[in-house]
Design a protein around this ligand. Structure first.
Ligand code: MSP
Length: 450
């Protein structure tokens, strides 16, 4: 029986247009879905938009639009990006959907009954930009640790209890669940200061109402529950194994509060979380005010989605930030995808055409076992490295052994190329067409560098 898995992207805030970070998370998640399919998993990929919250309401107001109309329009832009990147999602969830709102309220009521949601007084700071609460101790020069503006907040509100969760979280914060393991110490550090989470807002109306109250459910409580809305948890009390792909800035929500919420709900199979770092631009953070935001749609239009997909997967950002470098993106595509991979296919199948016909093999090559392990362990960088090394080695063998003079060997090598080409599909999805109809064909051509 096939194992089943759900891969999720974070749901994206719609207050501004998608940027390279949005594209990166989508591409990485799609890579994981497609690669697990290769090892015979039945995989669902879920993406979507996070449409509530103060900053979304404010952006709508700036454009003199109702929040409803604003989110409807923005949602289309995110779906369009997913389509242009060939993201093979099975469900695109919006937090403004009735089904989701009902799920949030249902969970709220359930946790209220279990008394893990309770009312108390909150005194502290809030960052609209990050939609996050901060204590005075956490502020640096009057701003959030990430540098965003905060304002003081004093309100009666609801809290989600984190009482007695330390031991459970200690057990959760291990390599089996969190990738890469280098992120674990930082999360353990936050664990020392774990407080009950404030989960309602009095002065924000664009969101889901707290049942029976005149306040709004905190946008992060609302957003995290999207992962349950898309499952049949309400019917069965279960959910499939999940891999959440996220950026480092949202790891506290996903790796501390989210597992606790799941535990409160009685869910046992905890999600794996794959945390990637950030694209930075010439050493700085991307930001609208610095005018250095990279638009993935421009890259797709100018060079094609596979150039961007290849660069994002190759860099992957797992374990390090990376400077987004247009020249390197094109160089990598030309030298690795065009010269190494595409050329390998063309040169071998062209020779084969001249001497004999091709028939695929069922044989599994040794390198496939290594790639399968890389998939299972979410070792994205190693996977790409092993695949490219395989290309290099095969190109070298072909030259050394003058394969075009040996018909039997040539067929064998073409069979290997055919079999291995499927491992490029998670990175470059159009390779699937060639895999289904292998022949001498130029799959990718060089991009001109300006
Ligand atoms: N809405 C929340 C997520 C809720 S999930 C239940 C959110 N949205 S976001 O649109 O601000 O961010 C979406 C993703 O983009 C996050 O994973 C974030 O880490 C990622 N990126 C934002 N800027 C980035 C870079 N510069 N580089 C790479 N990814 C970064 O957070």
């Amino acid at each position: 029986m096939k194992k089943s898995l759900t891969v999720t992207t974070p749901i994206f805030y719609v207050n501004s247009n998608p940027h390279i970070g949005t594209a990166h998370t989508m591409i990485l998640s799609d890579f994981i879905k497609r690669s697990f399919k290769l090892i015979n998993y039945e995989v669902n990929l879920i993406t979507g938009t996070d449409e509530h919250g103060e900053k979304v309401a404010e952006s709508a107001q700036k454009q003199s639009m109702s929040p409803e109309k604003f989110v409807d329009e923005k949602n289309i832009v995110f779906k369009d990006l997913a389509k242009k990147l060939w993201i093979s999602y099975d469900r695109f969830i919006r937090t403004t959907e009735i089904e989701h709102k009902e799920m949030v309220k249902w969970i709220w009521n359930d946790l209220r009954e279990k008394k893990v949601i309770y009312k108390d007084k909150y005194r502290g700071y809030y960052s609209k930009q990050e939609e996050t609460f901060f204590t005075e101790k956490e502020l640096i020069d009057g701003k959030s640790p990430n540098g965003s503006e905060v304002y003081f907040l004093e309100q009666e509100c609801f809290f989600l209890s984190m009482e007695s969760m330390e031991l459970f979280l200690e057990e959760y914060l291990v390599e089996k669940f969190l990738i890469p393991y280098e992120k674990i110490p930082e999360l353990k550090f936050f664990l020392r200061d774990l407080r009950d989470l404030c989960i309602s807002r009095n002065n924000s109306s664009w969101g889901i109402n707290v049942p029976g109250e005149n306040s709004t459910i905190y946008v992060w409580f609302d957003a995290l529950i999207n992962y349950l809305t898309v499952s049949d948890f309400k019917k069965t009390g279960q959910w499939r194994d999940n891999i959440h792909v996220i950026g480092k800035d949202i790891s506290r929500f996903h790796c501390l509060y989210w597992p606790c919420l799941l535990k409160h709900l009685g869910i046992k199979n905890m999600p794996k979380v794959l945390i990637h770092d950030w694209w930075i631009i010439k050493g700085s953070k991307m930001s609208k005010s610095l005018g250095n935001v990279i638009d993935p749609l421009d890259i797709i239009e100018n060079y094609g989605m596979e150039v961007l997909r290849f660069y994002c997967i190759k860099e992957s950002l797992i374990g390090h930030d990376s400077s987004f470098d247009f020249d390197l993106m094109i160089q990598d595509f030309n030298s690795l995808v065009v010269n190494k991979f595409s050329n390998l296919i063309y040169r071998t199948f062209k020779c084969l055409e001249k001497c004999c016909s091709f028939f695929p093999t069922q044989k599994k090559f040794e390198i496939e076992l290594i790639l399968e392990k890389n998939i299972e362990n979410l070792e994205v960088k190693k996977y790409v490295k092993n695949l490219l090394n395989w290309c290099d080695n095969l190109n070298a063998t072909i030259d050394r052994e003058r394969i075009w003079t040996k018909n039997d060997k040539l067929l064998e090598i073409c069979q290997e190329i055919h079999s291995l080409s499927k491992y490029f599909i998670p990175i470059l999805p159009t390779v699937e067409n060639w895999f289904n109809k292998p022949k001498a064909e130029i799959l990718f051509t060089r991009i001109k560098q300006e």
